[in-house]
Design a protein around this ligand. Sequence first.
Ligand SMILES: C[S@@+](CC[C@H](N)C(=O)[O-])C[C@H]1O[C@@H](n2cnc3c(N)ncnc32)[C@H](O)[C@@H]1O
Length: 410
Amino acid sequence: MPRAPGRIFADGPRELAEGLVAALRAAALDHEVAESLTHPFHSYPARLHPATARVLVDIIASNVRERSLLVDPFCGSGTSLVEARAAGLRAVGSDLNPLAVLVARAKTWTAPAKRRAKLRDVGHEISGTVLAAGKAARRSGAEPGKMRKPTGFDPNARNRRLAAWFAPHVRRELELIAMTIDDMREDDPELADILTACLSAILYKVSSRTSDTDGTWVDRNVARGAAARNFVARVELLVAGLDDLAPAGGPPDVYEHDARKLHEIVPDGSAAAILTSPPYAGTYDYAEHQRLRFDFLGLRHRELDAGEIGSRRSFMAGPQGERSWRGDLADCVTSIARALEPGGVAAIVIGDSYAGGRPMYALDDVRSALTDELFIDAWASQQRPMLGAGERRSFQDRAKAEHIVLLRRR
Ligand SMILES: C[S@@+](CC[C@H](N)C(=O)[O-])C[C@H]1O[C@@H](n2cnc3c(N)ncnc32)[C@H](O)[C@@H]1O
């Protein structure tokens, strides 16, 4: 969520509405929560602000039994799952994006202190190997490093796509880190996945790409050894966050799954609460934005390419984009209603957007998608700045806003 403050409007029972207002405000006021636990581990487009998630989890936790189940069907990088675990709730997260699942699992990894120490040791070993290999290569006249060949990716096409983004010495270091992780995968797949998430976390720092959502080329002038050093620093950061999270409850289950089919992983009527932030209509394009990471890490993304909802590319394709969005949102709301126990609540964080040349009012869209089993218990909306002339023209005198809607199952 952007930090820009804007006017807030709210409705519903006083205590609940004030809680939602506090959740919106928390994002701009926070100097602490976003840096705590495993939150700072990995960037993610349209990540829920950790301080907003904390207030919402507190509201939920104070209204449900201990160890109740909280579900996030669009868990992304796992912000809500980290907070749910810290609050002692059981949690299930899912997302169709393989990178999201990798990162969310790493951020909520629950393992004894010895295993966490092993993660740190292996991180140092890998970094040491890569630094030593770099020195040896320089002494012997910089022979070209080996390139990894992940299954399911054409090595030449992968090479062409990646070459533009990394200086050759950086690429050598990164590929060697990835290959060393591959070597340990058979013996310890769990640790290999967590180390892969650490590698993903530093990828842009040492590349020429600005960010996931900004594909502009930047000259970063990355020093020799920087990839290896950044990698081990990121392992340390994750382990420190996991150590802080360790006294809290058990691990959430995180699935690569379509939110429209939530019933396949969450039994009907079993969730006390849902806390989630679906895509904002036509705003992001996860399958496109994160292709560099998928290519580098060897993550298969066919399901995301086909099943991502609300993507910018789907709105660019014409008016059927908007129709599909409404149908998909309705399917998600139905799935949420099925998963909730009677009286259960769903906090949905969603924003207005400018999609396919039209304004999309998210609160209205959620309202139209409601089924008979659900009603809006409370909502709060904070005005957000318009981004560009097209957006200003299309919204005319109606404000653009970000919303938290609290739905309740009858
Ligand atoms: C706004 S982001 C969620 C961010 C998350 N709250 C966080 O803090 O990182 C929306 C997510 O929806 C996912 N997504 C898009 N279509 C999906 C689908 N059909 N099923 C499940 N997840 C989907 C995207 O991969 C993305 O992670």
